[in-house]
Design a protein around this ligand. Structure first.
Ligand code: GLN
Length: 339
């Protein structure tokens, strides 16, 4: 059921969050997370986008940005890489902020496919529905719905919107863009399949081009942490103070990330880490602890679903050590009875 059917649209947002630990404690735990994850050399770098295979597999940085504007970083946090699928979460947030999430609900959906991020079978199994904005089908449908009559306006809305999340002007890695544009036949097929089902109502190849550019935007782990902390802070960038999207949009985006942010591994991720996250094939990973922190990680060796191995290890440690898991509670029983 959706919010309108549940009759909860007029109920304001309720916030119940604990304080973040002092700065020196976050610094120490970020360092400890880095050291633990450094021991993991398993996984392999993505190579289906040819240029990504040339990356240094040892690059590794982890950054925690808290909602008070504090930034805690260890390792290669200023090493840039393409944002790839992590862009999907932010474009979805921008779209929901512009047109409202009810409007996006039907065209894009919010349910997990249980299948790989670029699955064509998932589209067919669901009668042409893209299912959720975190897989390529849903991300293409999302980008297609961005405001603007043509590809240039949509691209401008995407680039400037993601830059506001990061708090700096983001630019495209032209080499990554060209490498993916020359080889993204599958994404073109997905977009054309969606067009055939009426799920994309603008030129599908233009949509793929904007999507490919959005995936090639250059970020570092520090940027990712700031972007994630904006989603943790009700849509206000805690470093620049700019309101980027509404608190309601953050809530909705985090729910979708929790359900599908790590593709077919989203259940495992939620079970172990207990936080909304989103990964990208270049090795980036964001995690959001609502009301507390955003975590940005970069390490290009991936598991078989396309999620950064060191990023997951470091984030798992931080979730436990900083007490971030949204499902964890302690007993507050004080002897009060209902009589
Ligand atoms: N640009 C990549 C693609 O469309 C993004 C995928 C990802 O990061 N999982 O295949």
């Amino acid at each position: 059921m959706r919010a309108s059917e549940l009759g909860i649209n007029d109920i304001g947002i309720a916030v119940d969050t604990g304080p973040v630990p002092p700065d020196d404690r976050i610094d120490a735990l970020t360092e400890a997370a880095y050291r633990r994850a450094l021991e993991h050399a398993e996984g392999s770098v993505a190579d289906y986008i040819p240029i990504l295979a040339a990356v240094d597999p040892e690059g590794f940085g982890i950054c925690v940005a808290d909602v008070n504007g504090g930034v805690h970083e260890v390792g290669d946090t200023r090493l840039t890489f393409s944002i790839q699928s992590i862009s999907k979460a932010f474009v979805y947030a921008l779209l929901c902020d512009t047109v409202g999430h009810e409007a996006v609900f039907d065209m894009v959906g919010v349910n997990n496919t249980g299948l790989a991020f670029n699955s064509v079978v998932a589209i067919e199994l669901n009668d042409g529905h893209p299912m959720n904005p975190m897989v390529n089908a849903g991300a293409l449908a999302t980008t297609a719905l961005m405001p603007g009559g043509g590809a240039a306006e949509k691209w401008d809305a995407v680039r400037t919107g993601l830059s506001r999340f990061a708090g700096r002007e983001l630019r495209v890695d032209e080499e990554v863009y060209r490498s993916e544009a020359a080889t993204n036949h599958r994404n073109r097929a997905i977009a054309q399949l969606l067009e055939s089902y009426g799920r994309i109502q603008t030129d599908p190849l233009d949509v793929v081009d904007v999507y490919t550019k959005q995936c090639a935007l250059l970020v570092d782990a520090h940027d990712l942490a700031v972007m994630a902390s904006t989603l943790a802070d009700g849509g206000v960038n805690p470093v620049t103070g700019e309101k980027v999207v509404s608190a309601e949009v953050c809530r909705d985006t985090l729910a979708v990330m929790a359900a599908s942010g790590l593709y077919e591994r989203s259940g495992e991720w939620l079970f172990e880490i207990g936080l909304p996250g989103k990964s990208g094939v270049a090795g980036g990973l964001i995690t959001v602890a609502p009301g507390k922190v955003g975590i940005g990680a970069y390490a290009p060796r991936l598991d078989s679903a396309g999620n950064s191995v060191r990023g997951q290890v470091a984030t798992a440690y931080l979730s436990r050590a900083l007490g971030l898991n949204i499902f964890a509670s302690d007993s507050h029983f004080s002897g009060r009875t209902n009589e």
